[in-house]
Structure formats: C-alpha cells, structure tokens
Design a protein around this ligand. Structure first.
Ligand code: RUQ
Ligand code: CUA
Length: 682
C-alpha cells in the first residue's frame, strides 16, 4: 500500500510536470531564477532524476517501472523465480522485482563454475544415462517447488527433461542437484514435474506415445502396442530423494499426454492430465498422410485424463501391477477396472490444465479455441458417482463435456497456460495474440472482485509469442498476486541484435493494482536456452545455508564426509598403484603443494575447504584431466582419475579467493612409467 502511494505521488508529480518532465512545485513555477529545478517536498525525486528522465525520453510509466524494479545495493529481492533453462538443461534463479539473474544451477548439463560434472556430481549425471548412452543435456520444461499443504515450502525443487524423460531433484539448502532419474517406461515426457500438495509424489506425464519400456514396434501397430503413461515418483523428504521402489506408472491410451496438475484441497487425491492427438495420428507426410499438425488436430476434442491417485496408490501397494523394465506399472485394464482412470473431452488441441487455488475448478486452454474451458471438480465427481459415461476405444469411461463444464471464457487467440492471483482473477497466456488475459473467476472467488464471474476483464500485450506465464506463488492454494512474468518465446526487436539466434524475453508485469491496467515493468533477455515454465516463491520462505554446516561436509549425502580432511591430517597414501590424496584448502594455499605419483596410478583425491567465512569458496582444477571443482566453505569433495598421462600439471584455485589467489597452486608430478615423458605419443 505504502509503495502504491509513493508511486502515485511520483506519477502525479510527473503528470503535473507534463511532457517536459521539468519539476514543478504544486504552487508555483518549475524553475527558479538561475534555472535551478525545484522539487516538491516529499516526492523523493531529485531535480537530476527529472533531467535524466527528460534526457532519456522516459515516460511517466517508464519512470514508475524503473522505481518498481530498482534494487539498491545490498537490498534483496522479495521473490525468487526458479525457471527452466530450456535446452541448457539447467535451472535459472532470478530475483523479483529486479529480474537479476542470481544463479544458473547445474542440473542435467555439466556446469564448470559449480564443478558440476568436472569431478563432482558425476555419479548424479551418470544416473541419467540411457543404457550406455551418456546424456549430457536436457530440454528442461517444468520446475516444481516442493509443497506442504499445497503451498511452497522452500525445501526442494524438481524439474523434468522432456527430451529424455528424466526428473531431477535439487535441494534448496545448497541449491545443488542431488538426483537424476531416468524414466524406465518412456523415452520422452512432458507433464512433469508437478507435485502433489504434500510432495508425496512428483508427477511425470508422458508425451509422444511409444511401446512402454523403450521397446520397438512398427507404426502399423500404433493402436494396439503404442501407449501413453504417467509416472508417480514417490518422494522421501528425509533423504531428499525420489524412491523408485515406492514409485509406479500407469499405462494410458496412446493419446499424447501433455501437461498435468495435481488436485488440491477439494480435489486433493486426484491428478489431471491433458492430451492432444486423441486422433492417434501417426504422421508420414512423405507418404501422403496428413502431417502430424493436421492429423492430430482433426477432432474437435481431445481427452483430459482424470486419475484417482489414492486408488492408484492402493492398487500399487496391493501389488496389482505389471513390470516394465523392472518398474511397477498399473496396466490400462487394471486402471479402468479399479476406477483409477476416467476421461472427459477438452476442446481443440488443449495445452495447460491448471487447477484453481481452492481445487474446485480446472482451467483448460484449447490452443485452437479462443476460450478457456472451466471444469467443475464437483460435477466430475457427481457424474462418476452416477455412473454416467460412455467409453473410448480402450474402454476408458468418458464423462460428457456438458456434464462437467462450469463455464467458458473467451480470452483470445492461442490460449496456453493459466495462473491465479489473490483477488479472484485468473491470467491466461495467449500465444497467438501475444498477450495476457485477466479474467474474473466464479465460485467462491466471485466475492473477491466486482465483476461478473467468468468474464474477460483486461489484456496486456507482451513481446512476443508468450508460452507459459507465472504469478507469485500463482499455482498454489494461496497465490500472492503482485507480479506476473510473461515467458515469451520470441524477442524480435526488444534487444540489441546479437545475430539470428535471439534470446527469449521474460517480461515482468505489475498485476498489483486491480482496477488499473496491468503494467509492464521490465524486459529480461534469456540467453541460454528456451525456458518453459517457472515458479515464483517468496524469498522469506527459503532458508539456504550460508556455509556448509560443518567442516568436511559432503553435499551429496548432506552429512560430514568420512573422507573429510582436517587441518594437520593432510597426507598422500600409496597402496600398490592406488594413491589417495588428502588435501585441505584455505586462503591462500592447498596442503600438500606437491603431489608426486606414477603414470598408471589410480588416484582418489579428497579436498576439504576448511573455511568458515561466508563466500570463501575455492576452486580446484587440474589441466588435461578435465577436473574443476567448486569447494564452498566447509565442503569436502572426492574425485578419482587414472593418471594415464605423464607430465607436470599445475593445479590451482579457480576462484579469485584472496589477494594471493594466484599463489594458491601446487604441482602434480606424474612420472612416466616407461620412458615416455610427453603427453603426446611419440
Ligand atoms: S509447455 S510453453 Cu512444457 Cu507450455 Cu512449454
Ligand atoms: Cu582459493 Cu583462489
């Protein structure tokens, strides 16, 4: 409120000042004799500021936007965004309202600054391999913050890899990736990661149907052999890991499952997944078949999947599952017989399914339909209760669209995703319109706003081709409103030209002043991959460590490492050709500084950063061996390598940690075993 008053004051002042932006006191002339500008008391705006605005041609809206987003040095942002890094395979952490990039967390792709994949995290990355194929990138789509009671709790983050059907777990105590799991059933996914309201399960829905278990079958067998899936990964909060042994998948018809969302409050215990290509088109444009884009869009409707997760869990625990690649799967027939799976039509190649904060309604956007369709969870349950349904070709009960629809709102062209605020409004991204639509919700939300329920209220243009959007905590049981970020696929002319590959554009939008227009505040270019979804959490909900809790901390096990090295215990131990190095790092030296070994040795190297000071991180690199570590205060890391190349290798600290940082170095001498001294074969 206070902030609004301030902005209003400044705005009023600027408007009074007129387009010249020369400061004026309310009573009198703008400029004193001698040309010095006078500023009204209390506006907080100096004469210089007005001059700057004038010189730069900034409008009053621009000045407001600048004031809403500027963070003085040392002041922290109110919110953090965790954004998918698209095909960078990483997660971006961005402050709001400043839109400053705070970190790029190494997840599926090696990240040298964090040492991720260069001596640390290698086992985590390897767990994401597929058979003997080393996978070192990902198409990250949807991050999901852990929830308690349907609200973000700031403890963990999950994210999926659409390209390879994998899910990763990030611990928000240290913002490090702890686990990557390959889906045993499918080779690609999309409807993940989403969490159930207490993070009991992380949801990973499929996308392009294929025989389950990565098997082969010709496309002629599509209807009988190809299948969709949804996987429920059991999350164990204590260990901070997904537990494959307590996880299961459900076999689904070969419709292309798209996004999923977990029910909450009223609909807790259910999970909803869109699909497109219920037509079961198999493409083949080169053989005269309709291309996928046409074949998969022939029908007027696709199928929303209603999944009774409580029942599914019972069936899994009773052992009524089949095994696919050693993983428990509830067969399609069992899912039908046990009342786990229902469907209902959804208009025209739907994309998002987003559940309202009270869990009562589901909002679905048809990419080719200018409406959002709002489904009533109560009506769904009543229809199921009444046993009122047809069946699809696979025998799945299909509830009639009219029986379960609450409303339809015409929002504009190419609707995709919907988020919510705290004042009874929903916000839908419009890809084709390049806009965000604000519309009024019904049900209990109708009491929060003056408009008729289920009406388009206003729109704001974005630049350009928006995919996802997010509002502050906008997919939880208690959204905060305040800010919206449009995650635009195209930037076109918004930034300086950097060649034909353009950044994406995150646009921060003020949605705080209901009644006024939404206001664009900031454009943030994203130059590392195409992000999809992101979530915005109140910064105060996070409690990350400043330094690791104890000296010798293993960030993988989140406990003191058995290989932690205390000062005074540094040593080099040889056992046959096994060499073990126990090293400490502290400003500004490694101990030991000489490591002399033989070509052919296998080296296991332990380093502990014994610092306790905030930000006293050391790096550690060895040339030619592809090693680079980030040793944060207190951290202990163990890495191994075969000393197969002889030579003199200067290891050094790669973080500028101190005045004598360049001296933080040492010699690794690898003596040739057979007369060869060079790395290059003679
Ligand atoms: S999906 S916009 Cu994963 Cu909408 Cu990207
Ligand atoms: Cu340690 Cu530079």
């Amino acid at each position: 409120m206070k902030r609004n008053v301030l902005v209003l004051t400044i705005l009023t002042f600027l408007i009074i000042a007129g387009c010249s932006l020369v400061p004026q006191s309310p009573e009198g002339p703008a400029v004193q004799e001698g040309g010095e500008a006078v500023v009204p008391a209390g506006s907080g705006l100096s004469a210089d500021a007005a001059t700057i605005a004038q010189t730069r041609g900034l409008s009053p809206d621009d000045v407001t936007a600048a004031l809403r987003t500027y963070m003085p040095t040392g002041v922290h942002d109110d919110y953090l965004i965790f954004a998918s890094g698209g095909h960078s395979g990483q997660v971006m952490v961005i402050g709001v309202p400043s839109m400053r990039l705070l970190k790029v967390i190494g997840v599926f792709t090696p990240e040298p600054w964090q040492g991720w994949g260069y001596g640390a995290g290698n086992e985590v990355l390897d767990a994401g391999n597929i058979g003997d194929k080393e996978i070192r990138w990902a198409d990250t789509h949807h991050p999901a913050l852990s929830e308690t009671g349907g609200d973000y709790d700031g403890q963990f983050l999950f994210i999926n890899d659409k390209a390879n059907a994998r899910v990763a777990v990030i611990d928000l105590r240290d913002f490090e990736t702890k686990q990557i799991l390959k889906n045993p059933v499918a080779l690609n996914d999309h409807g993940g990661a989403m969490v159930t309201p207490n993070t009991d399960y992380v949801i990973e829905g499929g996308q392009y149907a294929a025989p389950l278990g990565w098997e082969y079958a010709v496309l002629d067998e599509y209807n009988d052999t190809y299948r969709g899936m949804v996987t429920f990964w059991k999350f164990d909060r204590d260990s901070g890991r997904l537990d494959p042994n307590r996880s299961f998948a459900i076999e689904l018809p070969p419709y292309w499952q798209d996004l999923c969302d977990a029910g909450k409050l009223a609909s807790d215990g259910w999970v909803f997944c869109n699909s497109f290509n219920a037509e079961r088109a198999t493409g083949g444009i080169e053989d005269g078949n309709p291309p996928f884009e046409a074949g998969a869009s022939q029908g007027d409707t696709d199928m929303m999947h209603l999944i009774n997760l409580v029942k599914a869990e019972e069936v899994f625990e009773a052992g009524s599952t089949i095994e696919v690649n050693g993983f428990a799967v509830i067969s399609l027939q069992t899912a039908i017989d046990e009342g786990i799976l229902y469907m209902t039509p959804e208009p025209k190649s739907p994309h998002g399914v987003d559940i309202t904060p009270d869990g009562e309604f589901l909002v679905v956007s048809g990419k080719l339909d200018p409406h959002v369709t709002i489904y009533s969870f109560d009506k769904m349950m009543a229809t199921i209760e009444a046993g009122q349904w047809d069946t699809d070709d696979y025998g799945v009960p299909v509830l009639a669209l009219d029986d379960v629809t609450e409303a339809r709102v015409e929002v504009g062209l190419g609707p995709l995703h919907t988020q919510f605020d705290d004042q009874g409004y929903a916000y839908t991204s419009l890809f084709l319109d390049s806009a965000v639509a604000r519309w009024s919700m019904g049900g209990d939300f109708a009491e929060l706003h003056p408009e008729e329920p289920w009406q388009l209220v206003s729109k704001i243009s974005v630049h350009y081709n928006i995919g996802h959007l997010l509002t502050a905590e906008g997919d939880t049981v208690s959204p905060d409103g305040k800010y919206l970020v449009a995650m635009n696929k195209w930037a076109i002319d918004r930034f300086a030209n950097v060649g034909p590959l353009l950044p994406q554009n995150f646009q921060l939008i003020d949605i705080d002043n209901i009644g006024d227009a939404m206001q664009l505040l900031y454009d943030m270019p994203i130059g590392l991959g195409e992000p999809h979804y992101a979530q915005m959490i109140e910064y105060a909900k996070l409690s990350p460590w400043e330094v690791y809790p104890e000296i010798g901390w293993d960030s993988h096990s989140q406990s003191v490492s058995p290989n932690a090295v205390q000062p005074g215990e540094e040593k080099i131990v040889r056992n046959g050709n096994e060499v073990e190095v126990f090293m400490t790092a502290v400003r500004s030296h490694f101990t030991p500084e000489h490591v002399e070994i033989q070509q052919g040795d296998h080296v296991t190297w332990h380093i502990t950063n014994i610092e306790r000071a905030y930000d006293a991180t050391h790096g550690f690199s060895i040339p030619a061996y592809n090693i680079n570590l980030s040793l944060e205060p207190g951290e202990a890391i163990t890495f191994e390598f075969d000393a197969d190349q002889a030579g003199v290798f200067s290891y050094y600290c790669t973080e500028f940690c101190s005045a004598l940082h360049l001296e933080m170095t040492g010699y690794l001498l690898i003596e040739p075993s057979s007369g060869s001294t060079a790395m290059v074969d003679e």
